[in-house]
Design a protein around this ligand. Structure first.
Ligand SMILES: [Mg+2]
Length: 381
């Protein structure tokens, strides 16, 4: 079996353009992967396009070998495009054998995955707005919700914005009651001292975790924040090397990691899970791309014993999403049932995808006030 074509697609989701990759083999099997970047689109499209010449002619039934070929071709580089190609190869391998990808990884530890909702607070940054939207998610069956209450804060936070952040968390806790888990996202915003002060102020609301309170590369900084708090500090979505997970966990202070399979590739993400296992740590893979990654992460999470919780935006996306992506497992009563279809189980409807083109305004502006609305800015007059 040989790869004979590599095609790319951009789908214009209003807060982040999605990039997809399709590989086609000489016997007609296709594989889907996603190369959606953090907050860039065309660099990742170009990344995949430039890798094409290394991929055409390869046997896709060797996803890890192909990833290492690209790794070496890029002088030991790691990229989202490399991951997308690896993802598409796993899809083809699963389809060629008629089995879901989790089967290839030793079977299932979990038939259902507990989900935390994200992207649900698309509104004004006011406590009553967050509270109302959180209550609506709980009414749909969600038992855990993630949100960033800190507005556009960068490094420090104004006194007024700090008070508002605390009031938002208080209002959400009040609205959802004591039994729903609240995951606080800080998007790498703060210095260590600011993170510790904010983290301590939030303790009374019993957060499930505080995510990336300081820069993701700052392992020692995260360790210091964790030592100051009585609830978990988590990170890992920005890591591109397995060594970073090992270095972090070797402190023996932080015990939840968030590999991003989109960034390091699904195989490397599972290897990060194994490193976590060695330290009795738990895994909650990061996911903020299209629902294709809901399916991919479900296969990964199903196949590891140390799964904690599954990130998900899917109930807060545009209604047309489900015409573009077919086969994604949907959240029901706060859980996802792990899919059984061959490969990842997801297909891209290319005709529907074409109806939603790229826009250079489809980017979150995480360090500007108002980003929570997840809508493009109004055109300048
Ligand atoms: Mg995050």
């Amino acid at each position: 079996m040989k790869i004979v074509a590599l095609n790319t697609f951009i789908v214009g989701n209003p807060w982040k353009n999605w990039v997809f990759v399709k590989l086609t083999t000489d016997d007609g099997i296709t594989g889907l992967g996603e190369a959606t970047g953090g907050l860039a689109t065309k660099p990742h499209l170009a990344d995949v396009e430039e890798l094409r010449r290394h991929v055409i002619g390869e046997d896709p039934r060797h996803p890890e070998r192909i990833w290492y070929k690209l790794h070496k071709a890029r002088y030991l580089g790691v990229s989202i495009g490399m991951s997308a190609i690896e993802q598409a190869c796993w899809d083809i391998l699963g389809k060629s054998l008629g089995v879901p990808v989790w089967q290839l990884w030793g079977g299932k530890h979990h038939a259902r995955l507990r989900v935390y909702g994200n992207g649900w607070y698309k509104g004004e940054r006011r406590p009553e707005v967050f509270a109302e939207l959180a209550a609506a998610m709980v009414a749909r069956g969600y038992t855990a919700l993630k949100f960033d209450p800190f507005g556009g804060a960068y490094q420090q936070i104004t006194r007024e914005s700090e008070e508002l952040s605390v009031a938002i968390v208080a209002a959400v806790r009040e609205a959802v009651g004591p039994d729903v888990d609240l995951l606080i996202e800080a998007h790498d915003r703060f210095t260590v001292s600011t993170a510790i002060r904010l983290g301590r102020r939030l303790e009374e609301f019993r957060p499930f975790w505080l995510e990336t309170p300081v820069r993701s590369y700052d392992l020692a900084g995260h360790v210091e924040v964790q030592r100051a708090l009585n609830y978990p500090v988590v990170l890992g979505e920005a890591f591109s090397e397995l060594r970073q997970f090992a270095d972090l966990l070797a402190y023996r202070v932080i015990d939840i990691i968030q590999p991003e399979p989109q960034k390091i590739g699904p195989s490397k993400a599972r290897q990060a899970c194994a490193i976590a296992l060695a330290y009795t740590a738990l895994v909650a893979c990061h996911q903020a791309q299209s629902p294709f990654c809901t399916a991919m992460n479900a296969h990964i999470h199903a196949s590891i014993p140390n799964f904690l919780i599954h990130e998900n935006f899917d109930d807060n996306l545009e209604p047309w999403t489900w015409d573009v992506l077919q086969g994604v497992p949907r959240v029901q009563n706060g859980y996802i049932t792990v899919p059984d279809a061959p490969g990842w189980g997801v297909e891209l409807n290319e005709t529907e995808a074409e109806k939603h083109p790229y826009s250079d305004t489809y980017f979150l502006r995480l360090f500007e006030e108002g980003w929570e609305t997840r809508r493009p800015p109004a055109p300048k007059a």
